[in-house]
Design a protein around this ligand. Sequence first.
Ligand SMILES: Nc1ncnc2c1ncn2[C@@H]1O[C@H](COP(=O)(O)OP(=O)(O)OP(=O)(O)O)[C@@H](O)[C@H]1O
Ligand SMILES: [Mg+2]
Length: 334
Amino acid sequence: MSDRLYVGIDLGTYQSTIASSAGKMHTIETVVGRPKDPVARNFLGRDVLFGDDALKNKLACNLYRPMAAGVTQDDEANLAAAKAFVSHLLETVDPEEFDEVLGVICSPSHVSFTDKSNLVATLRGQVNAIMVVTEPFATAYGIDEIAGSIVVDIGAGTTDIARVYGTFPTDEDQVTITEAGDWLDLELMTLIRKKYTGAQVTKDMVRKWKEASSYVGGDVREVTVELSVDGKRQVVDIGDLIQEACELIIPKIGNAIKRNVAGADPEYQPILRNNIILSGGGSLIDGCAERIASEISDIGDVRVWCVEDPINSVAAGALKLASEMPDDMYTSIN
Ligand SMILES: Nc1ncnc2c1ncn2[C@@H]1O[C@H](COP(=O)(O)OP(=O)(O)OP(=O)(O)O)[C@@H](O)[C@H]1O
Ligand SMILES: [Mg+2]
């Protein structure tokens, strides 16, 4: 039996996934809770809470989203939260049963892990050696599409678009825009508040409605939700607003894909145009591949399709890289 464990880790703005060579895979919301005071500490019976557990007890906790946009990763509390979170994520795959853990890590592109030193600090003592890759590349590698593709990872914090043509992409191969899931939630929240004056909605409520019913293209669908308007319960149809908000992101993504294609070697452009792959939670917007294809159809024949398992594709690809790359690709962090 091998005494080496390989892990693929997708540290996400909103949720994180770990996949291990021992066949385990877990996704946890990237949120950490610390009890607010000694009363909360006694009541909860623990010093730190993660994911769903933290959210369920959010009124008794200070919540940290250490990978969210705008969070400084140098800030002590967030750095500690990130470290605790990564330890917890790793514990779910039982690393103590192995002598050595080698990990391929993807972290959000907006996170300012300056020269990766904070990322290394976060992982030190838990992983022996790491390799850091981008989300689109990990996805492409995992589904055997590195020969010629454009991968569009529509996450929560950013949409990352990368040309992949047989080797590790460079910074020039990638375009990142801040229009992604979180941005869409804010747009939808604005539309709801505008139409239903006095509506009391939170970002979490809006995100859940979006996840349950997102779509673009076609006829307006009915989506009834319950909300409070000035404290009074109301049932309203937000189907038109969901479509309107989701439609807003299409030209943003379309333009970024066009920029990414235009920057490629002209001989490769037809291949790339014909293999545009959508991943990340945002690719679950019903109808998005067709809408994006029509949005960019002015650049020639295009084929746009969605990965099968958009939430796990980054971690699965990172794991595949982890076990297939030679040891000298890793940086030892002991
Ligand atoms: N059915 C759905 N329709 C639209 N959006 C969805 C759906 N399901 C999930 N999402 C959105 O996808 C986003 C999460 O996707 P993902 O897990 O790829 O992001 P992340 O990796 O945490 O973020 P990032 O890659 O930016 O760091 C959230 O904004 C979530 O609301
Ligand atoms: Mg992601």
